[in-house]
Design a protein around this ligand. Structure first.
Ligand code: SF4
Ligand code: SF4
Length: 364
């Protein structure tokens, strides 16, 4: 059976601006029934790395927080720390970046707290029985919340090709052990015939895994965390993916982790997806590249798989600058032909949702 995904176009008109449309989506998707009075409601956001400008802005989040509060919920904004050294590596630094980007009670209407504690060790282990994982560390603030609202910004991604709700949950609601497990399949390799030793990869590697040896760029596989930044940042396209195992297993793990995150609150989850500023890389990087397509709109659904499928279809169905006939899969085109659809087909296989959806347009 198809799941309902509700869609409102980006932008607005007098008396029906973007925030009005978010309120309309909240109602249409039946989210008030998923929040009970006095619920602690985790609103999973991504505050953006320092230097990024394409994350979902806090004033959009404020509309969602307002609706949660109106339903009697007690919302808090949350996200987990990074696997690598960045401005969001520990909770103190993460909260500083969140405040710099406006994720404060004054702007977004709810306080921001880091979901996995000061040093990223505050997790709850959920036993599962999947093909790749037998236990999943879920960050405590999301695990322990009564309800969950997932605010996702769709982008391309160097590891998974497409980053939507499953990626948001599979990385953002997962403890460090799980983040490592997702990344352990991929390591970069350099084509020295193409490399100009411009050092972009060396300067931007968050794990300091890149060095120059005998005039050539080398990546230390024991230090590399498989983030893929060097792949996306190389101007010569000289860095490729060396898969250590099944290249699709990382996507399967995202789905398995997402299932574990949602396990104790499946009927108490609301998914919002923003199809704006759709950049080729995610908001974890300290810059935002030009978008792949113009702004499309906002989605809401109670099915995390259906909303991702709808998001991918809308992006791939939208015209982009310089598109010729047959320009179809922007995510696959962005990153070395990664078949991003495995995360969705596998999520469907393990019962997380369905790729079949009915799109219902909200607003005018
Ligand atoms: S970014 Fe690319 S071209 Fe520049 S040093 Fe690294 S691999 Fe070579
Ligand atoms: S994938 Fe590249 S940028 Fe990321 S840690 Fe490894 S060498 Fe560094």
């Amino acid at each position: 059976m198809a799941s309902k995904v509700y869609f409102a176009e980006a932008g607005g008109r007098p008396r029906q601006g973007p925030l009005d449309r978010l309120h309309m989506l909240f109602e249409a998707a039946g989210f008030p029934a998923r929040i009970t009075k006095r619920d602690l409601v985790a609103v999973k956001v991504h505050v953006g790395e320092r230097g990024s400008t394409s994350f979902v802005p806090p004033y959009y989040v404020s509309a969602i927080v307002e609706d949660v509060t109106r339903c009697g919920g007690r919302p808090f904004l949350t996200d987990s720390g990074c696997l690598y050294f960045s401005a969001r590596y520990n909770a103190r630094d993460h909260m500083v970046v969140a405040a710099e980007h406006g994720f404060t009670i004054e702007t977004a209407g709810a306080p921001f707290l880091v979901a996995d504690g000061l040093r990223g060790s505050d997790v709850r282990t959920v036993e599962v029985n999947f093909k790749n994982l037998t236990s999943v560390d879920v960050v405590s603030a999301i695990h322990d919340a009564n309800s969950l609202v997932v605010v996702t910004h769709v982008t391309g991604h160097a590891l998974t090709g497409f980053a939507g709700t499953l990626k948001n949950l599979g990385m953002g609601a997962a403890g460090r052990r799980m983040k490592l497990a997702v990344h352990d399949q991929v390591r970069p390799g350099v084509n020295h015939d193409l490399c100009t030793v411009c050092k972009n990869c060396l300067d931007n590697c968050p794990a300091e895994a890149v060095d120059i040896v005998d005039g050539q760029i080398v990546m230390d596989p024991d230090v590399c965390i498989g983030c893929g930044e060097c792949i996306s940042i190389c101007p010569e396209k000289a860095v490729g993916v060396l898969w250590k195992g099944d290249p699709l297993a990382a996507q399967e793990k995202l789905a398995e982790i997402s299932a574990a995150v949602l396990a104790n609150k499946r009927d108490r989850c609301c998914f919002f997806t923003f199809l704006i500023n759709i950049t080729p890389t995610c908001d974890c990087w300290n810059y935002s590249a030009a978008p792949l397509v113009g702004d499309i709109g906002y989605l809401a659904s109670s099915d995390p798989v259906a909303i991702d499928q709808a998001a991918a279809d809308l992006v791939n169905g939208a015209g982009g600058p310089g598109d010729g006939p047959g320009a179809t899969d922007r995510f696959r085109a962005s990153f070395h032909s990664i078949d991003w659809s495995r995360q969705l087909s596998y999520a469907e296989e393990i019962g997380l949702g369905t790729r079949s959806y009915e799109l219902e347009r909200i607003g005018d």
